[in-house]
Design a protein around this ligand. Structure first.
Ligand SMILES: Nc1ncnc2c1ncn2[C@@H]1O[C@H](COP(=O)(O)OP(=O)(O)O)[C@@H](O)[C@H]1O
Ligand SMILES: O=C(O)[C@@H](O)C(=O)COP(=O)(O)O
Length: 421
């Protein structure tokens, strides 16, 4: 194993695993921090998918360190801490504290901060993170149910989460190439910087940065920064090129969609699925709390639908409705209620013969994967940038795609099935 990745949520993990797979590294995703001494699957890269984006800081740190130990024990030469391309976090963390702890464990002198993911419109200029044409804090991420992002300056965002000095590599330096970036790293290290935000607008920029960080033991960023890493290993004679899969054979059974994502892209995809006649049932956190809607009822409804189209269970709502529900239940309780219900529903659906599942939302996917008892995933074909089909290799016999809230074209729920044999 060459590269170890610690991902702070489930969809982020499949996103980075897809990126590595496409760039020629055989990548396997394992769920949860492996216990001490547990062996990891044999692969060029292993991604450990945690649910550490929004849990308490101490837990996020200890899970990330446990993942790091397992990856090092399996031979990882470099560790990537993967977080969201929209830098999803709060003033307390968890990005800063986890990165600090990994830096200490690995004895790293410097780590880059690069959430850029051009294929999905995430770019960094002058240290400001953009989502499409607008700065992060003007994007729909300002209303995220768990990690509302109200600033776009990555130096400032990281600065609230760590005491370590944060520097910046500007775009002109990135354009000048990997040697110029390395020289700038050295200069910043001389000034005491421990973290370095790197501008990046295109995939070419990410390849330059990938080359510049070949010698770094710790990297932090979105899946984009993984793009250039396989080439480093190939050039070092450690990795052979392999082709990424174009289709996936799915076990026989029914198809369905579970969505707890309230992101703009997902809400559009839900609209398109309903317009296409998918049988759809809205799940309401208040009704779940009152016990008048239960996981058993959701699963029974889904399994009673005609099989010619996938069913859709969704709690996704617009920011005004989400805010009203959070006012009544509290932010965490609202999220947990939906996540618990979907985890249990997914288990009942798998028992009821569902074998092809699309899940929308990072936290939602984490809950569903845990509910299904999935331990290992193999990465299949790309549906859209950042979202692959995966096949369960340890756990129930099914194929599952875990879609980040803001990823995918409007017809995502309609077109994904065509990649399955
Ligand atoms: N109607 C709702 N009201 C309040 N919270 C909700 C609602 N529907 C889903 N949630 C919660 O919002 C969060 C959405 O986060 P996530 O699943 O990560 O989606 P995304 O990938 O879009 O960020 C989850 O914790 C989910 O349980
Ligand atoms: O980097 C990204 O944007 C994604 O890989 C990711 O982390 C998604 O998180 P959610 O939007 O919470 O699914």
């Amino acid at each position: 194993m060459l590269l170890g990745v610690i991902a702070d949520d489930m969809t982020g993990a499949t996103d980075v695993a897809l990126m590595l797979n496409r760039a020629g590294m055989r990548t396997v995703q394992v769920i949860g921090a492996p216990s001490a001494g547990a062996s990891l699957p044999d692969a060029d890269a292993v991604v450990v998918a945690l649910k550490s984006r929004t849990n308490p800081v101490a837990e996020a740190v200890s899970d990330s360190l446990a993942a790091c130990e397992a990856l090092l024990a399996a031979g990882a030469r470099q560790i990537l801490f993967k977080y969201c391309s929209t830098f999803d976090s709060t003033a307390e963390g968890n990005i800063g504290p986890v990165a600090d702890a990994l830096m200490r464990r690995l004895g790293a002198e410097m780590a880059i901060i690069c959430p850029a993911f051009p294929a999905n419109g995430r770019s960094i200029y002058q240290g400001y993170l953009f989502v499409g044409a607008v700065p992060l804090h003007e994007s729909s991420m300002k209303d995220h149910p768990l990690t509302p992002m109200r600033d776009s300056n990555l130096m400032r965002l990281m600065g609230t989460q760590t005491k370590a000095p944060v520097g910046h590599v500007g775009y002109a330096t990135v354009l000048a190439g990997a040697e110029a970036v390395k020289a700038r790293f050295a200069a910043l290290a001389g000034e005491g910087a421990r973290y370095v935000v790197t501008d990046a607008l295109t995939n070419d920029d990410l390849m330059v940065l990938g080359e510049a960080v070949a010698g770094h033991v710790l990297l932090t960023g979105g899946s984009g920064i993984a793009m250039g890493l396989p080439r480093n290993f190939r050039e070092a004679g450690l990795l052979r090129q392999r082709a990424a899969p174009v289709s996936l054979s799915a076990p026989k059974g029914r198809a369905g969609i579970i969505s707890g994502s309230c992101s703009t892209a997902t809400r559009g995809q839900i609209k398109a699925a309903i317009a296409a006649g998918f049988p759809a049932l809205k799940v309401d956190p208040l009704t779940l709390t009152a016990g008048t809607q239960t996981a058993a009822m959701l699963a029974a409804w889904a399994l009673a639908q005609p099989q010619d189209k996938p069913f859709l269970l969704y709690s996704s709502d617009d920011p005004t409705e989400v805010a009203a529900i959070q006012d009544k239940l509290g932010r965490d309780k609202a999220g947990e209620t939906v996540e618990h219900a979907f985890a249990e529903t997914a288990r009942l659906l798998a028992d009821g013969g569902v074998s092809k599942l699309l899940v929308a939302g990072g936290e939602t996917s984490g809950a569903v994967v845990q509910g299904l008892g999935i331990r290992t995933l193999e990465i299949g074909p790309e549906i859209d940038p950042g979202v692959p089909w995966t096949r369960v290799v340890a756990g129930p016999d099914l194929v599952i795609a875990l879609k980040s809230g803001n990823f995918g074209t409007p017809d995502f729920f309609l077109k994904a099935w065509a990649l399955l044999d």
